[in-house]
Design a binder for this molecule. Sequence first.
Ligand code: ATP
Length: 304
Amino acid sequence: MSLLELRHLSKHFGSYKALDNVSFSVEPGRIVGLIGPNGAGKSTAMRAMTGLMRFDSGEVTFDGQAVKFSKTKALAKMGNLIEYPAIYPNFTAEDHMKYYAMDSKDPEDIHELMKLTGIDGDNFGKRKAKNFSLGMKQRLGIAIALVRKPKLVILDEPMNGLDPQSVREIRALIQKLAGQGIAFLISSHLLDELQRLADDVVIINKGKIIRRATMAEFLSEDKAQIKVKTSDNHAMVKAAEAAGWQVAMGSEDDVLITAEEGVNAQAVLAKATEANLEVQDIQTATVNLEDHLMEVLSENSTRA
Ligand SMILES: Nc1ncnc2c1ncn2[C@@H]1O[C@H](COP(=O)(O)OP(=O)(O)OP(=O)(O)O)[C@@H](O)[C@H]1O
């Protein structure tokens, strides 16, 4: 049984269908990226699945139990940073942890959790939250989300506004916790970051789920490209076409050849030599989540 399961969830705002028959699941210990363009329905789905918002039809189960609309009960077993926990300017990190642990029946050991989330260091110490940087607040928010020993943590844009060092630290923290069996559902527009972090992807567009896959499966749908610059790019295109390869003129004074079986950088070099062309530069471009997402979204809107 999945830890979190959404089945045929629909939600209207007036006549606007913000969620249209949305189904997907999250398994224990998996980091799932919920991705889609602005207004696709990510926050609506997150709010509905945590019981923060009523939905019109469908069902959500979490840890074997139906999730119902209820502001108070919603957060009991899911740690969530959709609606940020209140951070009090005059509280230290430890004050926050004690405060939030108190309204939990079975709190995690506070000091261990502070150590795990890195909010126990000199940087935090006796400092009050009004003096915390954004990264420190984000980290504190994650620690608060964990104080109830959740099996699933839902994070809406957890990396927003963080510097690269903090992004790296939060990523390592999430990976460490996932390694301990905690599942994460993360919505983010920082796709490079999600590509590094997520095990699975769920893609939503205009309220509909258009793809569910592991990150590796999703990326493997996209073929790598070989980018080559030669002494005569037009002649290179002709030679590649003659070989039956998929080829196009690139935007950077280069030629783009789709990699497939038998078509790799070495084969392209050999082909250029055969055509008496001088190769000035050759690179194999790695597959990237953002590019592939764009392709999938554009296919989806052509079909729709
Ligand atoms: N309370 C509301 N009342 C009316 N319309 C709403 C409400 N909340 C969301 N919407 C609409 O529902 C759609 C989905 O919004 P949602 O915030 O879920 O998108 P999102 O994928 O989270 O977008 P973003 O990436 O911009 O955060 C949008 O068109 C939005 O305007």
